[in-house]
Structures are given as structure tokens and as C-alpha cells.
Ligand binder design. Structure first.
Ligand code: SAM
Length: 280
């Protein structure tokens, strides 16, 4: 049974990188008028009220989005992300944090279509309620990796698959590689964004090697660390691995990641990585 609930972590440093990258990809894909397909394999509930007791338990947003909310020296990709979070808060104080489905739905257009998959019984109920009656959004109570694969290739022939597992089940590290391999065979021109946590560095080294070994081309990695790697101290860093990224993404991250590692890093121990895993 799944027990992970993202509300405990909403708006933390990992969400800052994850959602800034997501926004940049969607904005890039929107440069063409042609319809887009957005598939969120691990959608979560859609939105996180930050006055909820679960969000307040560890107040992870305090060391993520809250650190950026009032700053006026943000690099462009981060300024854009913070502006979107502010817009969804009615330009007022930070009261709620948007999840990937809400961010995508806010940015996408009437010609685009969203498929939001979620497995957890509480989260699917919240997600269904949030998007009830919203045009162009399908909510699916299913395993997002299996269901997402079945949706490919999309009829639009253009799109983004966002894969944001909780890695509660350790096989997820293998499953995401197998699924991305199968997905890119069905839809080679699609953009894929995979989130990963650094809890044990070895696991991520293996994930990178496994992705390189798939033969998939054009893979970039962007990672933000807020403390030095260590075992037993929880998540020290997290990253996004993007297949077929916008050609503009690396340059944006070259500006954003040094800034974020400096502002969000604990006691000057922030770090970042930008790496091409496989060339085009
Ligand atoms: N993407 C969300 C966001 O940005 O707000 C957060 C997602 S959270 C990290 C991971 C979610 O995946 C959890 O809500 C969990 O219940 C769900 N989940 C876990 N395994 C799943 C699976 N196989 N298929 C679909 N959802 C799954």
C-alpha cells in the first residue's frame, strides 16, 4: 500500500528545481501553436494548502519557495516560476503551493490535452475534485508508468511526459528506466522529464549509467544539492533528467542553479550539477 504524500514536502528545494524545469519545458513547447499532450504519470493531488497540518509538520516550504518569494534578484527561470506561484496565490502571501498538474493546466492552452495519473486513494480523490469539469483534462486512477506508456504516441505528435515518482518502492529506479526505454521507442520525439532524489548517491550513479545504456539520445541532467551527500541524513540533493530538452534549458539552468545552490544551500554547502548524459 502506498503511504507517501507529497504535502509533507510541498514547496521544498526539490520542488523549486522540478517545477522551474517543468515551466521552462512547457513554455518552450508552447512556442508553436500546434496542440500538445501533457502526461503526468505521478500527479499527486494538484495543489497543497500550506496551512494544512501535514505541510506544517516539517515546513519544508520554508527552505524552498519561501526563501525566494520576496527576492528581487532572481535569475529568469526562477523569476518566472516564482511569478507563477504568486499568480496562483492571487498575488498575495504564500498560502498554497501548486503541484505539477496545476502548473501544467495553468500554462497549457485550449488546444492542449492533459492526462493526470495517480494511484493513491486520497490523492486521486483530491485530484479528481480539483479538476472536476475542467476541459481538456483526463484524470486516471492507475499506475502512471503503465498507463502513460499506453497513451503513446499521442495523437498530437508533440508532448511532454512528466515522471515524478516518490521512489517509495525501490524497484521504481529500475522501472523508470525500463518505462522510458519503452516510451521513447513509441514516441521518440517526445520530451521526458524524470525527477530523482539523492538519498544514496550510488543509486543515482547507477540510474545515470542505466539511462546511458538504454541507447536513448539527447539526455541532460540538472541537479541541486543543499547539503553534502551523506548516508542516513535523508535527501541531500535532487535532480531532473530530461530527454529531448528544449535547447534553451541548459543555458537557463547555468544561470539558475548556481543562484539556487547559493541561496538554498545550508551553511555554504549547496552544490549543483549540469551534465549531458547522452548527446543528440
Ligand atoms: N508530481 C506531483 C507534484 O508536482 O505535485 C508530486 C508527485 S509525488 C512526488 C508522487 C505521487 O505519485 C504520489 O502522490 C503517489 O501517490 C503517486 N504514485 C506512486 N506510485 C504511483 C504509480 N505507480 N502510478 C501513479 N501514481 C503513483
Amino acid at each position: 500500500m502506498l503511504s507517501y504524500r507529497h504535502i509533507f514536502h510541498a514547496g521544498n528545494f526539490a520542488d523549486v528545481l522540478k517545477h522551474s524545469v517543468l515551466i521552462h519545458i512547457i513554455d518552450y513547447l508552447k512556442k508553436k501553436d500546434k496542440p500538445l499532450c501533457y502526461i503526468d504519470t505521478h500527479a499527486g493531488p494538484g495543489k497543497y494548502p500550506l496551512d494544512n497540518e501535514f505541510a506544517l509538520k516539517n515546513r519544508e516550504f520554508d527552505s524552498g519557495i519561501s526563501q525566494l518569494y520576496q527576492r528581487d534578484d532572481l535569475p529568469p527561470a526562477i523569476a518566472h516560476y516564482v511569478a507563477l506561484v504568486k499568480e496562483l496565490n492571487g498575488a498575495g502571501a504564500l498560502k498554497s503551493y501548486p503541484g505539477s498538474p496545476l502548473i501544467a493546466q495553468h500554462l497549457l492552452r485550449k488546444q492542449d490535452h492533459l492526462f493526470l495519473c495517480e494511484l493513491h486513494s486520497t490523492e486521486i480523490t483530491l485530484l479528481t475534485k480539483r479538476f472536476k469539469g475542467v476541459r481538456g483534462v483526463d484524470i486516471i486512477h492507475a499506475d502512471g508508468l503503465k498507463h502513460g506508456l499506453g497513451l503513446l504516441p499521442p495523437s498530437q505528435h508533440r508532448g511532454l511526459v512528466m515522471i515524478d515518482p516518490s521512489y517509495e518502492i525501490k524497484q521504481d529506479y529500475r522501472l523508470v528506466v525500463d518505462t522510458l526505454t519503452a516510451m521513447s521507442k513509441r514516441f521518440a520525439s517526445g520530451t521526458y522529464a524524470l525527477w530523482y532524489p539523492v538519498v544514496e548517491r550510488d543509486r543515482i550513479n547507477r540510474l545515470e549509467k542505466a539511462l546511458i545504456a538504454t541507447g536513448i539520445k539527447n539526455i541532460q541532467l540538472f541537479e541541486l544539492g543543499i547539503r553534502a551527500d551523506s548516508s542516513g541524513l535523508g535527501m541531500t540533493a535532487s535532480g531532473m533528467i530530461v530527454i529531448n530538452p528544449p535547447f534553451t534549458l541548459a543555458a537557463e539552468m547555468e544561470r539558475a542553479l548556481p543562484y539556487l545552490s547559493n541561496v538554498l544551500g545550508e551553511n555554504n554547502t549547496g552544490s549543483y550539477r549540469i551534465k549531458t548524459l547522452v548527446h543528440e
